[in-house]
Design a protein around this ligand. Structure first.
Ligand code: NAD
Length: 529
């Protein structure tokens, strides 16, 4: 459906959205075809011109109206997120609604400044009466393909940034969370967003594939490495640029001088929030041998204290996992680990008292190593494997021994040491004495290295992905012709050699030494005309 309640061509199937904790139906949405996607793009393209002609303040008014609606309907939205994804309502508020309210305010207020035309220092060319500026213009239509694990915060953040930059959006939410995607569109419609600017095409991978293959101006994809690769391949055919926000296998390093109590609480939250289904979840924990017994004991105790219920239960710390497929991946990784010698310290399977939903107990493992799937592949579930290290070099080498590089976390009371280690870890974000949460900071860039992705979202770098830089260069001394124009004479060639030796040093003094040759060249050019 579009934000403007567009009726799509008749489809054979609907997507049925189910509550993973109970199996109850949450809602139904259209399975949009490639034709639906093409029509949505057409409508978005038609609407974008007028939108891009508005001022930032006019666009911000719509975003701030939408923000007011989110604020006043927060509980209802959080409940919908919880029912579609399985996460606790409290977590939907804390990790999805709070960050997006902050992000909406930030980009509504700051995009003018963040996209201000920039004067470029062009060195000696400036002394020659030239100036350069870069102005940022919207790309046009942005295709956003998003996952189910943060069904509100991920697409909404990208929608706000794209709209503030002057683009239109075609959004394809995950097939597991279509109702949240539609709710985003409905919120913007009621906030006064003109028709066509936010089209939502609900559907599964076939709908996503149609969007990735279509002619849009950028694809912002968030999801798995395997799908990201397919999206990049499809987009390459039309030379559509892509931002890929992919998976992670994020390490947490706990040094011997860390605050063990805080680190243990952080490990438990970082690994088990959203049942471990965050791209930045702590998926590998490395602890210095000296503090490992104490740290592990506290982690186990804190894990035992977690309460597992359906996300809508008021005392739920962990809800159901979002899909049975995800639950099976967790079970496969655990089986592999245990077969290879890992020890389950707590958890280890489906809870016996919760029936009918895709629940998995929060699980802590010891005696793990890098031959195990649980240390190499993205588990994306409530599993925290803990391994020990002897010194800083070993910790860094273990953390970097991964195909992924999304986030990492370093725990030490010595912030200088933390920063030093952070600069040696291969990850898009390294937190010192923090875990998981920086996707919630609108001002900081988000994105990975290695197989965790390409490009950035959030912050100024994220906004830059949604605009095209146009360079405007002015010669303020138009009546003087350039010395490098035709015709090339021996005198000209000699001057060019001088430019190579002196001008290209960047030194004004060196260039001044060329003044006599330049004069001769001017006179030579004048006498020819
Ligand atoms: P997924 O790759 O299965 O699906 C993501 C989206 O792509 C869905 O909307 C899906 O319908 C669509 N899709 C499926 N096949 C497609 C195709 N051929 N072409 C285009 N689109 C297609 O991922 P998921 O299971 O929804 O999400 C979990 C993954 O997302 C994890 O790997 C997680 O780490 C990653 N993730 C990354 C970030 C990040 O910021 N780096 C954030 C959240 C999730």
């Amino acid at each position: 459906m579009s934000a403007q309640t567009t009726t799509y061509t008749a489809t054979l199937r609907d997507i049925i959205s189910l509550d993973p904790a109970t199996g109850e139906e949450v809602g139904r949405a259209t399975l949009c075809s490639a034709e639906d996607v093409a029509h949505a793009i057409e409508r978005a393209r038609a609407a974008q011109k007028a939108w891009s002609a508005l001022t930032f303040r006019e666009r911000a008014r719509v975003v701030l109206n939408a923000r007011e609606l989110v604020l006043s309907e927060m509980d209802e939205i959080a409940r919908l997120i919880s029912r579609e994804s399985g996460k606790p309502v409290a977590e939907a508020v804390a990790m999805e609604i709070v960050p997006t309210l902050d992000l909406m305010r930030y980009f509504a207020r700051r995009t003018t400044r963040l996209l201000k035309p920039e004067k470029i220092d062009i060195g000696l060319y400036g002394l020659m009466g030239r100036s350069s500026r870069v102005v940022y213009r919207p790309l046009g239509v942005i295709g956003i393909i998003s996952p189910w694990n943060f069904p509100w915060a991920i697409p909404l953040g990208e929608v706000v940034m794209a709209l503030m930059a002057g683009n239109a959006v075609v959004l394809k939410p995950s097939e597991l969370t279509p109702m949240v995607g539609l709710r985003i569109a409905e919120t913007f419609r009621r906030a006064g967003l003109p028709e066509g600017l936010l089209e939502v095409v609900t559907g599964d991978g076939t709908t996503g594939a149609a969007l990735a293959a279509a002619v849009v101006d950028k694809i912002m994809f968030t999801g798995s490495v395997a799908t990201g690769r397919r999206v990049a391949e499809a987009a390459a055919k039309t030379l559509t640029p892509v931002v890929l926000e992919l998976g992670g296998k994020d390490p947490m390093i706990v040094f011997e001088d860390a605050d063990i109590e805080a680190a243990a609480s952080a490990a438990v939250w970082g690994a088990f929030a959203n049942s471990g289904q965050a791209c930045a979840s702590v998926e590998r924990c490395y602890v210095h041998t000296r503090v490992a017994p104490q740290f592990t004991a506290r982690v186990v105790e804190k894990t035992r204290a977690l309460r597992q219920h359906a996300g809508t239960h008021p005392d739920s710390d962990l809800g159901a996992m979002s899909s049975v497929g995800q639950l099976r991946t967790v079970e496969e990784h655990l089986r592999d680990a245990v077969t290879r010698g890992a020890r389950v310290l707590v958890g280890g399977g489906r809870p016996l008292d919760l029936h009918g939903g895709h629940f998995h107990q929060p699980t802590v493992l010891a005696d793990v190593d890098h031959t195990m799937m649980v240390m190499r592949e993205e588990t994306f579930g409530p599993v925290l494997p803990v391994m020990t290290f002897a010194d800083e070099a070993e910790a860094i080498s273990l953390a970097n021994d991964s195909l992924f590089g999304l986030t990492a976390s370093v725990w030490t009371r010595d912030v200088r040491r933390g920063r030093r280690v952070a600069t040696r870890i291969e990850a898009g974000t390294v937190m010192v004495n923090e875990v998981l949460y920086t996707h919630g900071i609108a001002q900081t860039p988000w994105g990975g290295v290695k197989q965790s992705g390409i490009g950035r979202t959030h912050g100024r770098l994220g906004l830059m992905e949604l605009v095209a830089p146009y360079h405007i260069h002015v010669n303020h001394l138009a009546r003087f012709e350039d010395v490098w124009w035709f015709n090339y004479t021996p005198r000209a060639t000699e001057l060019f050699r001088g430019l190579a030796r002196r001008f290209a040093t960047g030194s004004a003094w060196q260039t001044l030494l060329l003044a006599p040759q330049m004069m001769k060249r001017f006179i030579e050019r004048r006498s020819k005309t």
